[in-house]
Design a protein around this ligand. Structure first.
Ligand code: PLP
Length: 388
């Protein structure tokens, strides 16, 4: 069957040199980033300080809207930050963790940085309730729902689990949280760009993620969508002059907050990263996440089939509706096998309790899946021979 999406391959230089199956970690760089970086340098070199009012100051909100369009977020509801951990900090800074509602409920399958952040909020009065996985692949949804109660303030939860690609039932979690007056922080880092996300349909309170994986946007840009009605009333204490209603008046005294999205930003924006991420966002928007998802379901199913043929353990859900863009495969000596795959220009990664993660994106061919699996087979044979 012809694969229309393959004509985008020429826009990603690294695909000529490697078998690139690592978009769950760092998406391939679009060729357009060379020009974007050159234009950035040219603007700085020729416009100097005038660049702030001509382009750079507005960029943070503009890129927020470009990311927002991919998840059906209303205009001006998405602020940009350096990373997801900072997004959590901005959210936490809107609450004081006093009174009856101090519980923070999440799963131990969340990305660790997010958990480290919330663990640390216990010194501010937060009470963490962590629901444990039974199988290292899925999140026990009912147990998570049961833990969300009238004392719960926030539920920071990954949409797609980084280790296993399990898709959490975001709608059920949001509905339960809202029934008891809690708010959900959905980490869409491992979903947006490969699994459809519609923040308005979900009616999610906060959604955050970064652009460097499935959005091919490079490091340094994270996004934070806040439901518009909440965005009007929340007051972040992690703040700064970017969030001021009149930053260039350099007023002294009580803060006067700007409207969202600037309301949730703080200091000088990360302009080079904002410029670098735009070519990736443009391509993802042109390709369309629905088409990416269809292909991803087919290619991840193929990887599971190949792993099964070799008798390797698959640490990823088999139901395509419960599976994001990654297949985690555990074979003997997974960590060493991963290192050898990298030596052979087959780019994947290894994570403890997951195995080798392989993540095809819209630009990957079916042959590349076979190449990676055949290489694993060959490496294991070589290691067996060497051990004799
Ligand atoms: C689900 C998820 N959340 C967050 C992160 C990273 O967080 P930060 O942007 O703070 O580095 C990752 C991976 O890098 C991830 O997979």
């Amino acid at each position: 069957m012809p694969d229309d999406l393959l004509h985008y391959r020429s826009q990603f230089p690294i695909l000529d040199r490697t078998t690139y199956l690592i978009s769950n970690s760092l998406g391939a760089m679009p060729r357009g980033v060379y020009d974007a970086m050159h234009d950035y340098a040219e603007t700085w070199a020729t416009r100097g300080v005038r660049a702030w009012e001509e382009r750079w100051w507005m960029l943070a909100a503009q890129v927020g809207d470009e990311i927002g369009a991919l998840m059906n977020a209303p205009k001006s509801s998405v602020s940009t930050h350096q990373n997801v951990t900072t997004c959590q900090a901005v959210i936490a800074s809107c609450f004081d963790f006093s009174g009856e509602r101090t519980k923070v409920v999440y799963s131990d399958m969340n990305f660790p940085s997010v958990m480290y952040f919330w663990e640390a909020q216990q010194s501010r009065g937060a009470r963490v309730h962590m629901v444990k996985t039974d199988d290292g692949i899925t999140v026990p949804t009912q147990r998570l729902l049961d833990a969300i109660d009238e004392h719960t303030l926030l539920v920071p939860i990954s949409h797609v689990i980084f280790r296993s690609a399990f898709i959490n039932d975001a709608q059920a979690i949001i509905d339960k949280a809202h029934r008891v007056g809690a708010l959900v922080v959905l980490d869409t880092f491992q979903s947006l760009g490969t699994v459809p996300v519609d923040v308005q349909a979900l009616n999610v309170d906060f959604a955050c993620g970064g652009v460097l994986k499935w959005l091919c946007g490079g490091p340094g840009v994270a996004y934070l969508h806040i439901r518009p009605d909440l965005g009007k009333t929340l007051v972040p204490s992690l703040t700064g002059w970017t969030a001021h209603e009149n930053p260039f008046a350099f007023e002294i005294g009580p803060n006067r907050y700007a409207e969202p999205p600037y309301r949730f930003m703080n200091g000088t924006p990360h302009v080079p990263a904002l410029e670098a991420c735009r070519p990736g966002l443009k391509i993802i928007s042109e390709v369309g996440v629905d088409r990416i998802r269809e292909k991803s379901k087919r290619q991840t199913a193929r990887l599971i089939e190949l792993a099964d043929q070799h008798g390797w353990r698959v640490n990823t859900p088999r139901d395509p509706e419960q599976r994001g863009g990654t297949v985690s495969i555990e074979m003997p000596d997974s960590s060493a096998v991963c290192r050898e795959l990298l030596n052979r220009d087959i780019l994947v990664d290894y994570r403890p309790k997951a195995g080798v993660r392989m993540s095809p994106h819209f630009y990957n061919t079916d042959e590349e899946l076979e190449t990676a699996i055949n290489a694993v087979e060959e490496i294991l044979k070589e290691r067996q021979l060497a051990a004799r």
